[in-house]
Design a binder for this molecule. Structure first.
Ligand SMILES: Nc1ncnc2c1ncn2[C@@H]1O[C@H](COP(=O)(O)OP(=O)(O)OP(=O)(O)O)[C@@H](O)[C@H]1O
Ligand SMILES: [Mg+2]
Length: 471
């Protein structure tokens, strides 16, 4: 005994292992707690299992010594509740009637150990010292993980996979030059994040960065937003306004979803790049501007050129430097570090502390295909962070489509049913919408249908469900 307590390294570890002793006999709880306190473990004793659970929930104890027979709640019920609150807490069950079967059952249910009364001090201290070492090692790993996260975060972009490191390398090189850049990649992969980082790393970082989503408006509005207009040039133009190119003169304009622009608009963009000049709508005056264009697309612009939907000359002007952001399914090794990053972000945002994800939830995330890429992962973590009532996010806290995927992987093939084509369309459209978190513009792009067709579908759905509600 004495030899163990005299080793200072063990004492430091012991100080980091707060223990709660719960026993309906108040003497036993207090005497044991006092004894452990003398040995260097911060300890409290209580007769109330609920009080002990409150400590587990608050994270003020890492080990609980719990009596098997308590009037309010038996040891197994206490064990289950504790592990629900914190899967990392160590519960040691204490019994007056030792039986090997109960010991095995306790370990199976997740108890750390099963000891009998009267407590054999040496055995208990050995178990606690082992635990103290495990916790010290775990917290060292956590510190290392946090360091790793900050090392693997670059301008708010998190990634450790070779594909991401290569992409970031390229971005760093490209950023230094005041040339146009095309950022391509699937939806939600982080193109806007990369575009913003490119600007922040550029020599004109102090100048403006203007964002224009080219898919969000009709041509006339887009033209007025980019080039500005003079008063009276169209109905509603009650004042004269500069456009984004003028506003960001000397800096950068981010043309998001450039692949969605019409051929007429593409001609106007080409003029900005070739001649560095713009004209406000309704004005004969030509103005000189010097802006860097960072364009983004989730379409394959080469295909768009071949299909005659995108001007070849503009494509070459925009893509002399191209940064390809890989989809999340091509870099699954980034998932754990991204999860960590988003957990940190949302625990700060919602003022909650999370211990992490349960093992099964981690497995679900690692096996999902992530068609919505990092945005889908971020949405999954943020919604789980809101809904969960536990410190550890579990499968049930994850969005339904991810849970469905588990059922699919654990239960083999998805059940095939002979459905009418219209019904198959319906299910598919709903899934894509779910994946895009309800963003109709993005969903219609993925589905390859016009936005109006999607709106028509949603309207039909609405009418259908209203009719059902009336019945
Ligand atoms: N590597 C990353 N590290 C941290 N957050 C990321 C990363 N990639 C994407 N995100 C986050 O995911 C979300 C989607 O990213 P972003 O808007 O840049 O994607 P996008 O490629 O522009 O998507 P879309 O094609 O739909 O416009 C954002 O909230 C962004 O902060
Ligand atoms: Mg974007």
């Amino acid at each position: 005994m004495a030899t163990i307590t005299e080793r200072p390294i063990v004492n430091i570890a012991r100080q980091n292992l707060p223990v709660c002793v719960v026993d309906d006999e108040s003497d036993l709880a207090e005497v044991t707690a006092a004894r452990l306190e003398r040995l260097g473990f911060p300890s409290v004793g209580t007769t109330s299992p609920n009080e002990a659970l409150a400590q587990v929930r608050a994270g003020t104890c890492r080990v609980v010594l719990a009596d098997m027979r308590m009037p309010v709640m038996d040891g197994f019920a206490f064990l289950e509740k504790s592990l629900q609150l914190d899967p990392n807490v160590a519960v040691i069950l204490i019994t007056g009637h030792y039986a090997i079967d109960s010991a095995i059952e306790a370990i199976k249910r997740g108890a750390y150990d099963f000891l009998c009364k009267p407590l054999e001090q040496e055995r208990l201290v050995r178990a606690l010292d082992e635990l103290a070492e495990v916790f010290t090692r775990r917290s060292q790993v956590r510190v290392l993980d946090d360091q790793l996260l900050s090392n693997l975060e670059f301008e708010g972009i998190v990634g450790r996979s070779p594909a991401m490191l290569e992409m970031l390398d390229m971005a760093r090189k490209v950023a230094k030059h005041f040339t146009n850049v095309l950022v391509s990649g699937p939806t939600g992969s982080g193109k806007e994040l990369v575009a913003r980082a490119l600007h922040r790393m550029s020599p004109v970082a102090a100048q403006k960065f203007a964002v224009c989503n080219c898919s969000a408006m009709v041509d006339t509005l887009l033209e007025s937003q980019l080039f500005g207009h003079v008063r009276g040039s169209f109905t509603g133009a009650t004042d004269t306004r500069p456009g984004l190119f003028e506003y960001a003169d000397g800096g950068a304009v981010f043309l998001d979803e450039v692949g969605e622009t019409s051929l007429a608009m593409q001609a106007k963009l080409l003029r900005v790049i070739q001649n560095r000049e713009i004209q406000r709508v309704g004005s004969p005056e030509v103005k000189k501007v010097n802006v860097r264009i960072i364009a983004a697309t989730n379409r394959d612009l080469r295909n768009e050129v071949l299909a005659g939907r995108f001007r070849e000359d503009l494509f070459y002007r925009l893509s002399s430097l191209e940064i390809k952001v890989p989809g999340l399914s091509e870099r699954r090794e980034d998932i754990p570090i991204l999860v960590r990053f988003f957990l940190k972000k949302y625990s700060e945002a919602y003022n909650k502390t999370f211990g992490g994800l349960t093992r099964r939830a981690q497995i679900v995330l690692l096996h999902h295909d992530w068609p919505g890429n990092v945005r889908e992962l971020e949405n999954a973590i943020s919604s789980a962070a809101i809904t969960t009532t536990n410190e550890f996010i579990d499968v049930d806290d994850l969005p339904v489509n991810l849970r469905r995927a588990t059922e699919r992987t654990s239960g083999g093939e998805e059940i095939w049913r002979p459905l009418p084509l219209q019904e198959v369309d319906r299910i598919h459209i709903k899934r894509v919408l779910e994946m895009c978190s309800g963003n109709r513009v993005r969903a219609s792009q993925i589905l390859g249908i016009g936005r109006t067709s999607l709106y028509r579908f949603l309207k039909r759905e609405q009418q259908h469900s209203n009719a059902k509600a009336v019945q």
